[in-house]
Ligand binder design. Structure first.
Ligand code: COA
Length: 326
């Protein structure tokens, strides 16, 4: 029997645009308050991409940091997978644009769109390639400029999101790495969280409502997110024969502190074992999990050998989890 191949995280990186928008800044132009946003979401501020700064620009900065940490160059990459729902262009993919900038010519490159679960989906896809033995070194990125598709007059959505990117370099390893991945979706609930602008469906340029942006029924999304994350966390523990107390760190999607706390409670996990960035980053969609992971690794909190549970929930609906030994 051949030995199992794991995808090990060889390096991580992240990037946040310079400009910071606080809750008080938002309250200058939309009917909201720092008190409301903090109490309902835990968000205090978020980063916003500069004019002309794109999803690929953010991805590039995160990628070079991850590659430096992993000690690899563009020429070493066998595959690039970018999780994003705010690509620079309809095509080519952001992964192709990134590949050119990294000097990684020739390797496969594509985007994965699973809204806020984009990084979990991208990591899963990359892991499957490595486990199949077809590639050895993969760059996985979650990068978003979500603020570009917000209606800044809609207080129920514009206060929630921010821009940012995170990246990991995965390497094939005989010892340890990603232990299991779990993906789910429920397309029937699409209208609870979506941006109904499209190419072959949705409103067309010039049509009434063509300028429509992210639309969300927040309280419904909240309930579905808590339930779905509870269930995928349970599924992950069961698949690995683990007790909830075995997990060293929960690295959740950063949408809302109350959603994060609900998952932590389910795991009976004290909040000092949960990586929280939502207060400073807001919801950076696909960027949120790799940003949180990189921050926790660079600050020395997450150590080699520890067991990490990554999870996310997003539009689609999509949700998923990745369990890994770092
Ligand atoms: N500032 C002030 N008031 C606001 C507001 C804001 N930014 N946004 C909404 N409100 C108001 C609403 O208009 C409503 O007022 P009303 O009672 O007079 O009608 C009131 O606050 C309650 O709205 P509701 O939507 O029920 O609040 P909530 O407690 O569910 O909190 C969210 C709203 C969006 C923070 C919360 O539902 C949430 O976080 N949901 C999940 C969203 C999410 O994470 N999406 C991304 C998933 S990847």
């Amino acid at each position: 029997m051949s030995e199992r191949i794991y995808s090990r995280i060889a390096g991580t990186g992240s990037y946040l645009p310079e400009k910071v928008l606080t809750n008080d800044d938002l309250a200058q132009f939309v009917d909201t308050s720092d008190e409301w946003i903090t109490a309902r979401t835990g968000i205090r501020e978020r980063h916003v991409a500069a004019e002309g700064e794109t999803t690929c620009d953010l991805a590039y900065q995160a990628a070079i940091r991850a590659m430096e940490a992993a000690g690899v160059t563009g020429a070493d990459l066998d595959l690039i997978v970018v999780g994003t729902t705010t690509p620079d262009l309809i095509f080519p993919s952001t992964a192709c644009l990134l590949q050119a900038r990294l000097g990684a010519s020739g390797c496969g490159a594509f985007d994965v769109n699973a809204a806020c679960s984009g990084f979990i989906y991208a990591l899963t896809v990359a892991d499957q390639f490595i486990r199949a033995g077809t590639v050895r070194t993969v760059l996985v990125v979650g990068s978003e400029t979500l603020t570009r598709m917000l209606d800044w007059g809609d207080r129920s959505t514009c206060v929630l999101f921010g821009d940012g990117a995170g990246a990991v370099v995965l390497k094939a390893d005989r010892e340890t790495g990603i232990l299991s991945t779990h993906l789910h979706a429920d397309g029937a609930k699409k209208e609870l969280l979506w941006n109904p602008v499209g190419v072959s469906a949705g409103f067309k340029p010039g049509e009434k409502n063509a300028g429509v942006r992210v639309l969300m029924t927040g309280n419904e999304v909240f309930k579905h997110a808590v339930k779905a994350l509870d269930s995928v966390v349970e599924e992950t523990l069961e698949a690995n024969g683990l007790d909830r107390h075995d997990i060293d760190w929960l690295i959740p999607h950063q949408a809302n502190l109350r959603i994060i706390e609900a998952t932590a409670k389910r795991l009976d996990m004290p909040m000092d074992r949960v990586v929280v960035t939502v207060d400073r980053h807001g919801n950076t969609s696909s960027g949120s999990v790799p940003l949180a992971l990189d921050e926790a690794i660079r600050s020395g909190r997450v150590q080699r050998g520890q067991l990490l549970l990554l999870e996310a929930f997003g539009g689609g609906f999509t949700w998923g989890a990745v369990l890994l030994r770092y």
